[in-house]
Ligand binder design. Structure first.
Ligand code: HEM
Length: 301
């Protein structure tokens, strides 16, 4: 079973935090703290908030599943990614926490808890607050999350089925900035040509080949390209964008998607003229606190 937070999203308020481990702190210490955080976050009797706790592959060094996870990733991490001069850079850190809450106060709790849990060993590098996961309208005004996957579909797409990493999930994160003014200067039809769907999520029979959804469907329909999107719109100091988050059992799905966006084997995604990625990285969602503590005696705290 994947971490429970991957299957539920109780409300319209999201948040994400990214932490970086401080220099000489052993990965096993981070994992012990995260196991406590996972246990604490699982106890929300009123069901007002869910918290997804993830960590980098590097932070799993010494864990029983490390070799299998590293083998599945191979040498091709999704970020950094480039095609000629176009580069999507990596800001890979060590912990990513994603929160979905029903009200503002409930959203604050896990954010405070995570900072407390990691005090003295990791530094908060990013904190984003925004809207609903995969529903509603993204900042350009297009309906997002046209069809929400069922819990069974999520389980099937995101859960590593066997081996020492069974139950774990890869989580890809990329923060996007959207050029709202530039996009707004396009006529309605031209905007739809960029996205490849109508504003309300309707089909466009003759959508341009480089439109976002047309290109996305090229890989997304196949098993190898399958991931579940769980991003949310963000706004901070007048800047808007998307915290793109996606979960999969096969980490190669993300590299494939980004290569197609960058136009490695065809036209680049038209969306890249109106939005650009700021950074991101790849994380692993452990299935449980117990799994996180399953390390050889030499690295156990
Ligand atoms: C600013 C960045 C982005 C914006 C504004 C955006 C917006 C959208 C919108 C409006 C849709 C159609 C509605 C829906 O199905 O939810 C969509 C679909 C999709 N997007 Fe994005 N997206 C962004 C980045 C990305 C990235 C980075 C990826 C992959 C790495 C991606 C992959 C997809 C996929 C797979 C679909 C579903 C296509 C389908 O099967 O119909 N998007 N996106």
């Amino acid at each position: 079973m994947p971490q429970g937070a991957l299957l539920r999203s109780p409300g319209g308020l999201s948040a994400a935090q990214v932490f970086r481990l401080q220099g000489s702190v052993p990965a096993s210490k981070l994992r012990a703290r995260l196991a406590q955080l996972l246990t604490a976050c699982a106890r929300d009797p009123e069901d007002r908030v869910v918290t997804l706790v993830t960590l980098s592959l590097a932070a799993l060094d010494g864990h029983d599943a490390y070799d299998e996870l590293a083998g599945a990733l191979g040498k091709d991490a999704p970020l950094p990614r480039r095609n000629g001069d176009d580069v999507m850079r990596s800001t890979q850190a060590d912990v990513l926490v994603q929160v979905a809450a029903g009200d503002v106060e409930a959203r604050l709790w896990p954010l405070r808890r995570a900072v407390d849990a990691l005090r003295g060993i990791a530094t908060l590098e990013e904190e984003l607050q925004g809207g609903r996961i995969g529903k509603g309208r993204e900042p350009f005004g297009f309906v997002d999350g046209v069809r929400a996957p069922t819990p069974e579909e999520v389980r099937d797409v995101v859960t590593i089925p066997r081996g020492k990493a069974a139950g774990a999930t890869w989580l890809f994160y990329q923060r996007w900035q959207q050029r709202l003014e530039l996009f707004a200067s396009l006529r309605d039809r031209a905007q739809e040509n960029v996205m490849g769907i109508t504003r309300d999520g309707g089909e466009m029979p003759n959508a341009p080949k480089d439109s976002h959804v047309t290109l996305a469907r090229e890989y997304h329909r196949g098993v190898a390209g399958a991931f579940i999107r769980r991003g949310f719109p963000i706004r901070s100091w007048g800047e808007e964008g998307l915290a793109f988050l996606a979960a999969a059992k096969d980490p190669r799905a993300f590299a494939l998607a980004l290569d197609i966006m960058l136009g490695v084997a065809g036209p680049p995604d038209a969306l890249l003229r109106y939005a650009y990625p700021v950074g991101g990285g790849l994380y692993v969602a452990p299935p449980s606190a117990e799994w996180l503590s399953a390390t050889g005696a030499s690295t156990r705290l």
